[in-house]
Write a protein that binds this ligand. Sequence first.
Ligand SMILES: NC(=O)c1ccc[n+]([C@@H]2O[C@H](COP(=O)([O-])OP(=O)(O)OC[C@H]3O[C@@H](n4cnc5c(N)ncnc54)[C@H](O)[C@@H]3O)[C@@H](O)[C@H]2O)c1
Length: 489
Amino acid sequence: MAGLLERAFTSAPGRAVASRLGLAEPPVLRRGPALPDEPLVLASLAGSTLVSDTLALLGVRAGEPLLDDGPEPPAYPGRIGGIVVDARDLRRIDQLEALRAVLRPALRALAASGRVVLVADDDVDGLEARAVRQALDGISRTVGKELRRGATCNLVFVATGASASDLASTLGFLLEGRSAFVDGQSWTVAPRLPLSPSPTPTPFLPPSATPAAGIPAAGVALGSERGGGGRRGDARGDARPLAGRIVAVTGAARGIGAQIATVAAGQGATVVCVDIPAAGEALAALANGLHGTALQLDVTAPDAGERIAAHVASRHGETARLYGIVHNAGITRDKLLVNTDAQRWAQVLSVNLEAELRINPVLLDGRPGGLADGGRIVGVASTSGIAGNRGQANYAASKAGVAGLVRALAPELAPRGITVNAVAPGFIETDMTARIPFVQREVFRRTNSLSQGGLPVDVAETICYFLDPDSAGVTGQVVRVCGQNLVGA
Ligand SMILES: NC(=O)c1ccc[n+]([C@@H]2O[C@H](COP(=O)([O-])OP(=O)(O)OC[C@H]3O[C@@H](n4cnc5c(N)ncnc54)[C@H](O)[C@@H]3O)[C@@H](O)[C@H]2O)c1
């Protein structure tokens, strides 16, 4: 029945009916490491050059903004690919007018899949300044909801002392197609942690074990001509920031996990693909294709952490260390709480949360094959854990728990240069969501600012942004990859 309904909606007449119901064809999103083709604009409302310096590091030559200071807003001569507004010095309510004045003409000229990025100060004093800081978040979320044709709006808070090189990975990510499904979000970039990894490969892998060339990159082909800045590779010109680094991904055999492994390998990582024995065939095929290794392991096993470390040490040598661990393995066992028995409850919490809680300390205790200082821990939460979701009390508990864990662990591991972050995906097209009844699935898909479900690659790109050695000032953050899902965003 679900298949029939789905085919009815995706057939030509079905699409016409859907359109009459107000369900317009969703826009095709610009994906991959590509800046917009159209020119970018920088509106500098702040006294210092931090943001223009960051754009310079990214090789972006940004144009001047037009100002809405007359009876009619002025018109740009053509489409613009995006506008970055440096709003760091805004402290007073009357100063928000300057933001409105630069945004109004720019939003009218924004190209499909265009970008609006606001940059604001994280640490502000005084009641009005703190109210204004929050007001910027309200503006960003609203603009995200008003934009059409795949364009997004996000807000970056910059903590005191953060430099242009600390900000570059975040601004590059937000302007590129890698952030296609990240919309209406705000998070903080701080000065990079001490002991942060250098951008060049460090001894995570012994020299004999450098990754093989020719690993396919997901999304848009790496090395495509850059829009805006005209660079190659990602916005910093570095297409393989994870070269020479070992990254373990749990739940890698399919769906989002397979994409995380693929994107990380495409960025140079040697990937340890972890999944349950029942998924062994798909796991081996993926690991082989990526020149990585497969580890058949149920993450709820009491010795799961020990086995991941032992696998790394046995494959790469006693001196090898993991650079990153991505806790992606997850399950759902949905039922209303009134119908949820102890088994369903425990299974979900065990895989989605307790496993991560048990594995991390083992990888952090300094053993061969464990996590190196300067490394990365990435969790996978969910918008269900932020907003709650009918029938998912167990799942929401586990995913909210992942977000709580990230926030608690980040300051603890900062002295070791290890960042801890999580993504919170919304509706992503995978086997997990394919099990949702069609009508409910179509509603979940459509109820976000981009009117579509995300792809596993969208989550993978955001995770690889966290893994990036240059994201060393991004820690304790939970970023939703949900197209600004109306629920919880
Ligand atoms: N798909 C979505 O819309 C969505 C939304 C929010 C969050 N998420 C989260 O993203 C992650 C991946 O989701 P997906 O949609 O790709 O799911 P999926 O069901 O397609 O894949 C999950 C993978 O995890 C593996 N796995 C399950 N239990 C395991 C265990 N005990 N040990 C090792 N591996 C195990 C499975 O074998 C499978 O390969 C999950 O944590 C999920 O909760 C997904």
